[in-house]
Design a binder for this molecule. Structure first.
Ligand code: PBG
Ligand code: ZN
Length: 329
């Protein structure tokens, strides 16, 4: 080393953060409104719009009011919708889930006619439709896997007849994707896609949702079928099984506390990875924001950005409409 050598360069990463223009130029994460999926809670009746107390800004709506909401959201640039039904009739099996005049079936008949450009996803599960609130048929105090997946096939066919584009089984039953794929194909609905809730954890973050659709289990909990939050490798197992059974997309749920899992799936599978920013994640941000403790708008953007940075290809979020409006400003 001679005395004339230049000093080692002093690396200043701050140069790339100097102005908004530079920051925007080098930003590594971007997302489009087409990648956001807006959940809708649909109730029987007409002209109804009821705010969910623990989810400010989110409503249960009758079919006509939901149609108005979809029209508004489409205008804002949102193209995908996830439908949940809140039926009046409940029984032990959840049979209202596969009636041709069921709440989601009626909604789909109308929406697919009125909004041919939109993509409609229907949640496939029974907890909203069972009188005990569990995600399937109860046998000996537990959800019977194999009877439940037969019913999932029935529900999928009935929704396909009503025009659904994608079904999203959320009950975490073993073999559910294969059963649904088989049932759909046999009924000539091979074009209907399956977005599997492949990796769904038994989380405390679903509380507000259970209030929104009235599906709190009347006994026990969902830990016998949803995943243990302590497990990471098991997510690979679950997603792999669903891919082999014919899933078109796999979901991780909840989202923000499970970024490692989103990243794992993105790195290990060629399928699109969808993250579900669940009700509790939304409620926490809203509550802190209403208290003046955190900036809700900034957190909305930051929380969604983090999911895309981790590797999500699309995100289900109660913020979809608010984010679309924010981008309009
Ligand atoms: C039911 C279902 C749940 C959610 C979506 N489908 C709740 C649960 O498993 O208890 C949660 C969604 C949310 O919290 O936003 N199968
Ligand atoms: Zn369920």
């Amino acid at each position: 080393m001679s005395d004339h050598d230049a000093p080692a360069p002093f690396i200043r990463p701050r140069r790339n953060r100097r102005s908004q223009a530079i920051r925007d130029m080098v930003a590594e994460t971007h997302f489009d409104l087409a990648q956001l999926i807006m959940p809708l809670f649909i109730i029987p009746g007409e002209g109804l719009r009821k705010e969910i107390p623990s989810m400010p800004g989110i409503y249960q709506r009758s079919i006509d009011e939901s149609a108005r909401e979809v029209a508004k959201c489409l205008e804002l640039g949102l193209t995908s919708y996830l439908l949940f039904g809140v039926p009046t009739y409940k029984d032990a099996e959840g049979s209202a889930a596969w009636q041709d005049d069921g709440i989601i079936q009626l909604a789909l008949q109308r929406f697919t006619k009125d909004f041919p450009e939109a993509h409609f996803i229907a949640d496939l599960c029974f907890c909203e439709y069972t009188d005990h609130g569990h995600c399937g048929v109860i046998v000996n105090d537990g959800v019977d896997n194999d009877q439940t997946i037969l019913n999932l096939g029935r529900q999928a066919i009935s929704l396909a007849q009503a025009g659904v584009h994608t079904v999203a089984p959320s009950g975490m039953m073993d073999g559910m994707v294969a059963a649904i794929r088989g049932a759909l194909d046999e009924a000539d609905f091979s074009e209907v896609a399956i977005l599997s809730y492949a990796v769904k954890y038994a989380s405390a973050l679903y509380g507000p949702f259970r209030e929104a659709v009235d599906c709190t289990p009347s006994f026990g909990d969902r830990r016998g079928y949803q995943m243990d939050p302590r497990n990471r490798s098991e997510a690979i197992l679950e997603a792999g099984l669903d891919m082999d059974e014919g899933a078109d997309m796999v979901m991780v749920k909840p989202a923000g506390m499970y970024l490692d899992i989103i990243s794992d799936l993105k790195c290990n599978f060629p399928l699109p990875v969808v993250a579900y920013q669940v009700s509790g994640e939304y409620s926490m941000i809203k509550a802190a924001s209403e208290n003046g403790w955190l900036d809700g708008q900034q957190l909305m953007v930051e929380s969604l950005t983090a999911l895309f940075r981790a590797g999500a290809d699309a995100v289900i979020t109660y913020f979809a409409r608010e984010l679309a409006e924010y981008r309009r400003q």
